[in-house]
Design a protein around this ligand. Structure first.
Ligand code: UDP
Length: 257
């Protein structure tokens, strides 16, 4: 049970607890769901379990192709052991198809393929509504070095290439996604690792076998209903649903928090 552990940080969808050994943390996935900077909220039963498992699967696959990340191992339905990193205060968004804030900001119809993948940086600050920033801001305000930026760009493109292929193989279009990075220190040198989570909370995933139906958090943002069903379908397509039949068959077992 998570309550015995010291809470290090609580965010909108996850809690970080002290880990069993120095340099580790436990990442707990909540069912809480927020959008529009937490002005819209709900508790979607089973979401945390799904995102824990989906993120585990993706991080493990990324690790196996050399995209180093914070994931160590999953501990239970809602928790995973991760490496403690110093979070870089940026949200790195990669887009293949215009949607969401980019479609709105630049007046591009949602669904239009972009001429090439585009990476954007947003400064992580809820009070400011996570503003779009440039590399100039990032280096001037010391949020990350030019080397860190190069590493984040290269890793994000590798994540995009890998995930685009992974999802297209199961009839899902990767429209865009958000990743976060952190630093670990080895002697005087720092290394950038992929951190946070990769799940339908942080990706736009469209079902190419069914009229581009949304299988991601836009179902919540846009009141489309069937949010859990969408996330479950992503897990099912990835072939990881059979390991957690309780989620589809009658919800989460009682006593699992
Ligand atoms: N995203 C995210 N967290 C955020 C903002 C965006 O995970 O705080 C993801 C979002 O799910 C989408 C991508 O980043 O896959 C691009 O989001 P966008 O900038 O279009 O913002 P939104 O339309 O969600 O406000």
């Amino acid at each position: 049970m998570s309550s015995r552990r010291k809470k290090i940080y609580e965010g909108k969808a996850k809690i970080l607890f002290e880990g069993p050994e120095p340099g580790t943390l436990i990442q707990y996935f909540k069912d809480d769901t927020t959008a529009f900077n937490a002005t819209k909220k709900a508790v979607l039963e089973g979401k945390g379990v799904l995102n824990n498992r989906i993120s585990e699967y993706i991080m493990t696959r990324l690790n196996s192709i050399g995209v180093q990340n914070h994931f160590i191992r999953r501990l239970n339905l809602r928790e995973q052991l991760i490496k403690e990193v110093e979070i870089i205060p940026l949200e790195v968004v990669c887009r293949n198809i215009a949607a969401g804030s980019m479609a709105e900001r630049l007046g591009i119809p949602e669904g239009q393929a972009l001429p090439r993948s585009i990476i954007e940086f947003y400064f992580k600050d809820d009070k400011l509504n996570d503003p779009l920033v440039t590399e100039e801001h990032i280096t001037a305000f010391n949020w990350a070095s030019t080397q860190d930026i190069d590493d984040m760009l290269a890793m994000t493109l590798r994540v995009n290439d890998f995930l685009t292929g992974l999802f297209s193989g199961v009839g899902i279009t990767l429209v865009d996604f958000k990743v976060e990075f952190g630093r670990v220190w080895e002697n005087d040198f720092s290394k950038v690792l992929l951190a946070d989570e990769i799940s339908p909370d942080s990706c736009r995933l469209w079902d190419s076998t069914n009229n581009n139906e949304k299988l991601d958090k836009d179902r919540f943002r846009r009141d489309l209903g069937g949010v859990i069903e969408g996330y479950t379908e992503v897990a099912r397509r990835l072939g990881i649903m059979k390991e957690m039949p309780t989620v589809i068959q009658g919800g989460i077992p009682s006593g699992v928090h």
